[in-house]
Ligand binder design. Sequence first.
Ligand SMILES: NC(=O)c1ccc[n+]([C@@H]2O[C@H](COP(=O)([O-])OP(=O)(O)OC[C@H]3O[C@@H](n4cnc5c(N)ncnc54)[C@H](O)[C@@H]3O)[C@@H](O)[C@H]2O)c1
Length: 121
Amino acid sequence: MRVTVVGSGFVGASTAMRVAQKGLADEVVMVDIIEDLPQGLALDMRESAPIEGFEPNVRGTNDYADTAGSDLVVITAGLPRQPGMSRMDLLEKRGDHPGRGGEGGWPLSERHPDRGHQSPR
Ligand SMILES: NC(=O)c1ccc[n+]([C@@H]2O[C@H](COP(=O)([O-])OP(=O)(O)OC[C@H]3O[C@@H](n4cnc5c(N)ncnc54)[C@H](O)[C@@H]3O)[C@@H](O)[C@H]2O)c1
């Protein structure tokens, strides 16, 4: 089973780590738009694997093509609330984010590489 975690921030990195540590997937793919961020986090996780006793099956990428064939996609990409920003402001901004389906948003199922569409950069 391949699990993709979209967004490698606080929530995404914790999710990927938990899935790997609990052995819930054969492979965990972390994807983010920030270059080298998911790769570095995945490397850290792999290096902890022998100590923590789980399979080092976490991979980081900036390319949505690497998520092809995923059995489960967990979307954690998003914008945290900024100082002075109301929850309604945040809701409007999130319309442009993966899986939110708001104006300008893109349902992941329609943009998944398996379905022959472009990645949502
Ligand atoms: N941290 C919390 O305690 C908490 C609690 C409740 C809800 N949330 C919500 O969960 C979401 C994630 O929170 P976080 O704390 O991990 O935020 P974060 O800013 O640490 O991480 C979000 C990550 O998503 C990435 N991202 C943005 N657009 C992307 C895209 N199109 N494709 C791939 N990656 C993309 C960003 O580069 C960033 O690394 C936010 O919407 C936040 O409001 C967070």
